[in-house]
Design a protein around this ligand. Structure first.
Ligand SMILES: C[S@@+](CC[C@H](N)C(=O)[O-])C[C@H]1O[C@@H](n2cnc3c(N)ncnc32)[C@H](O)[C@@H]1O
Length: 316
């Protein structure tokens, strides 16, 4: 009940409207195009949850709502929350997906509507901004000249690496719907001359060659094991000898029951993708070895997320 109330309030942008002065149920119903009866009930529940305070007819944001739920705040969490609101709809299909064994194709992640893609990209931006500086600490790319970011989404990791390494140029490959979000972030970072984009499907797109580093960040869980082996083989081919593959991924134990969040994320992939799943380190390491990568290492885990490096062997 708490989650649903919060998600609906964020979907209707209630906290921003309150900050802009619509502070009664009537004004808020008008500002959000909703009915006063429902809005009044929502505001009371949000007050009970201490996200709002009220005096008589008037409601105002609590300190945390002002920080995290008002859209003009620099710490606004609307991206992830609107993405979770979209995921909520997918999760309601869980029983049917388990009954039929298959997600209807039109519900798949690569068929997102514009609004779904926007929320997804804003959520990815939010998480990547937090993690990118720590990830960039884990590897030394001072010798690398060209990086490919496969399924790079909002391009935050490419941006972070290019900021750190002035000699580096990056190419972000993602589905056409995601590319405008990458380009906006690249422009805002002033890196348009060093980061290019390719709008395409990594299953069909030719990656070209001559890359020193390839990123596969939060990509393996979208695909089946066979699709991942295929993707790793394509990635191997686009790298120069000695080139580095970096993978960021949820890591399940070999029973796939632990950690609990990762087992639940397996369900998230069941209701969002045709064939995605969570994988263990042993599985990923075996695909890398089968593809020809060497020196594969699981460097560290951020909560349940592992960071993997491996190399294409040098020819000499
Ligand atoms: C979980 S997001 C990760 C984004 C980014 N790598 C990051 O870690 O912030 C997965 C990305 O893969 C992209 N993607 C999914 N299927 C794809 C496909 N078939 N071809 C290209 N990109 C794809 C999505 O659009 C999305 O940007």
């Amino acid at each position: 009940m708490e989650s649903r109330v919060l998600l609906t309030a964020v979907e209707l942008d209630v906290f921003s409207k309150i900050e802009d002065g619509a502070d009664t149920p009537v004004k808020l119903a008008r500002a959000t195009g909703t009915h006063t009866r429902g809005m009044e009930r929502l505001l009371k529940a949000l007050t009970g949850l201490e996200l709002l305070h009220n005096e008589g007819e008037k409601f105002r944001n609590s300190e945390s709502a002002r920080r995290f739920l008002v859209s003009k705040s620099p710490e606004y969490m609307g991206g992830p929350l609107l993405h979770y609101a979209n995921l909520w709809k997918k999760w309601t299909m869980l029983t049917d997906v388990i009954r039929t064994g298959q997600l209807p194709a039109e519900q798949s992640i690569d068929r997102h509507t514009t609004d779904q893609t926007k929320a997804f990209m804003e959520a990815m931006t939010f998480f990547a901004r937090e993690r990118a500086p720590q990830i960039a600490e884990l590897v030394d790319l001072s010798e690398a000249k060209r990086l490919i970011d496969i399924g790079g989404g909002p391009a935050i990791y490419s941006i972070e690496f290019c900021k750190r390494y002035p000699q580096l140029k990056a190419t972000v490959l993602d589905l056409p719907a995601a590319i405008p979000f990458a380009e906006e972030n690249i422009r805002a970072a002033g890196l348009s001359s060093r980061i290019s984009t390719i709008a395409g499907d990594y299953r069909n797109e030719n990656f070209g060659g001559d890359f020193d580093v390839a990123l596969l960040f939060s990509i393996l869980h979208i695909n089946s094991p066979e699709e991942n082996k295929h993707l790793l083989a394509k990635t191997f081919r686009c790298l120069n000898p000695g080139g580095l593959i970096l993978i960021q991924e949820f890591i399940a134990d070999d029973t796939k029951t632990q950690p609990p969040y990762v087992a639940l994320f397996g369900i998230n992939m069941l209701v969002n993708t045709q064939a995605g799943d969570v994988y263990s380190w042993e599985e990923i390491a075996s695909w890398l070895a089968e593809t020809g990568f060497v020196d594969s290492k699981l460097l560290c885990k951020f909560n349940d997320i592992g960071f993997i490096t491996a190399r294409k062997p040098k020819t000499d």
